[in-house]
Design a protein around this ligand. Structure first.
Ligand SMILES: [Fe+2]
Length: 501
């Protein structure tokens, strides 16, 4: 194809993504919305006691990016839903119609520049809210919300996925955006969430909110972080919320020069705030430790004076798409995450904390039986991991892992060559089933076939592989996070969970 022809296409606004690996193969933008009633079941039987909906969310570029090359976590939010009813599974996916999506649709091109850098946007953006709603989906207080940490949530219809609009909890949220990693306590029906850089780019303000079962802000605590950095996730225990601050920092002056939103500062330490769940800012205890990083938290626990969190910790930056402050790439060996317990002793006057690696399996995207978030004690954790038996050079985190935190046992299911799994979501067998008694719902990337399966795995027998496989004729581009919502929780607008242990 001649360059003159390409220039002509460009002049009329043809959609053509840059010819770079980010937009090729399994990661190529899908840009397709679909409905499929009664998916094929190619293996086993879908358990008839699984009734409800799996929601998942990830980025899918609506238009080629304004700057040509960017990081893979950017792109418009695409929400996927799998509705389970008496052994049948129906599939649907829809873009979230954010303000950004609608503005770009109007102009038929990408308008937003470098990731979260407002100084690189097209002038047509003006004061348009920049959020993509591409990171997570949560069902709470009768609302289905699509989340991205640089904007407020967008509310969706839980049956049609139609976008209802941007949502600020009836004016209750005063931060300029909200985290994409709230943690839901399914016994109290409270949503614990937060915002960092809560008053805008480069601010050190942090706010922690408890949203009650009626959808109203019930409690909030404002405090200041040690620096304006990324706080992608936090952890909740039965009595506390825990905010680790890692040295992935935002420099507004760098943004004004067109630079990245975050850079890694490996010379800085780790700072952790342990916050009483319903307390005040002056009750926060601060701890300090060696340089480290964790993208995601599994859960936390408070027992007596000891508060602990289990997180996927690395010595250096595991979000390698953000570079070092001097522009050099991060050291991959330092960014290798392992499930690690940090323990803080509130009875001690020391600012030190204890670090204990729990597993030697490389892992990320940790999940639990969601009914045990905020319960303190919990036994079962589920992760994306690298199969320890894999002999493939450079094998990624493409296998499904189960960690029994009581016995220390680890089980892994490897989906095979040319396949990889996405983050698992746990679905309990019944509302009162014991911790870990249920299923893992796992999207499996069938790379060679350019499509996905949804695998249903017995959460107590992960190494056996799926009990059923639901076939999709299409690819689900890598989703980040999501949740299982039992049918009765959709209908009752609350979770009626009874914890047995
Ligand atoms: Fe995340």
């Amino acid at each position: 194809m001649s360059s003159i022809y390409l220039e002509e296409l460009s002049a009329v606004g043809a959609v053509r993504f840059p010819d770079i690996p980010l937009y090729q193969g399994f990661g190529a933008p899908l840009r397709l919305e679909s409905d499929l009633r009664d998916c094929e079941v190619t293996y086993g039987e879908v358990p008839k006691d699984l009734n409800g909906t799996l929601y998942r969310c990830g980025p899918d570029r609506q238009y080629p990016p304004l700057i040509g090359d960017d990081i893979f976590i950017d792109g418009e939010g695409m929400v996927n839903m799998f509705r389970f009813e008496n052994g049948h599974v129906d599939y649907k996916n829809r873009y979230v119609r954010t303000a950004r999506y609608k503005l770009q649709a109007k102009h038929r091109r990408g308008l937003f520049g470098r990731y979260r850098n407002r100084y690189t946007h097209d002038p047509l953006v003006g004061d348009c809210n920049p959020g993509t709603a591409n990171t997570n989906v949560v069902w709470h207080a009768g609302k289905l919300l699509a989340l991205k940490e640089d904007d407020l949530p967008y509310e969706l219809d839980p049956d049609t996925l139609e976008t209802r609009g941007r949502y600020d909890y009836s004016g209750g949220i005063k931060s300029v955006w909200l985290s994409a990693h709230p943690h839901l306590n399914q016994v109290t029906n409270e949503l614990l969430t937060f915002a960092y850089q809560a008053k805008g780019d480069g601010t050190t303000d942090v706010v922690y909110y408890v949203i009650g079962p009626n959808g109203k802000v019930k409690h909030e605590i404002w405090f200041n972080a040690p620096w304006p950095g990324m706080v992608h996730d936090f952890a909740i225990s039965n009595d506390h919320v825990i905010f680790p601050f890692f040295p992935l920092l935002t420099d507004v002056e760098l943004l004004k020069k067109g630079g990245p939103f975050y850079t890694w500062h490996g010379e800085k330490e780790t700072v952790v705030a342990v916050v009483p769940r319903y307390g005040t800012a002056d009750q926060i205890r601060w701890f300090r430790g060696p340089t480290s990083f964790a993208g995601h938290m599994m859960s936390g626990s408070t027992e007596g004076s000891k508060v602990s969190v289990d997180i996927c910790l690395s010595r250096g930056n595991s979000f390698a798409f953000f570079k070092n402050a001097d522009g050099s790439p991060v050291n991959p060996a330092e960014g290798a995450p392992h499930l690690t317990r940090l323990t803080f002793d509130l009875a001690s006057n020391s600012a030190d904390y204890k670090t204990t690696q729990l597993q030697d399996v490389l892992c990320e995207m940790p999940r639990t039986d969601d009914r045990y978030q905020g319960a303190g004690h919990y036994r079962h954790g589920y992760v994306l991991c690298r199969d320890p038996k894999s002999t493939m050079a450079g094998a990624g985190l493409g296998s499904l892992g189960h960690f029994d935190l009581r016995t220390g046992n680890a089980e892994v299911w490897n989906p095979g060559a040319d396949s990889g799994v996405q983050e698992p979501c746990f679905a309990p067998r019944r509302p009162d089933s014991p911790d870990g008694d249920g299923y893992l719902l796992v999207l499996v990337n069938r790379v060679a076939e350019n499509r996905c399966d949804l695998a249903i795995v017995d959460a107590q027998n992960v190494k056996a592989g799926p009990v059923a496989i639901v076939k999709l004729p299409v690819r689900v581009r890598m989703t980040f996070h999501g949740m299982w919502v039992p049918q009765e929780a959709l209908e009752n607008r609350r979770f009626d969970v009874v914890r047995r242990n």
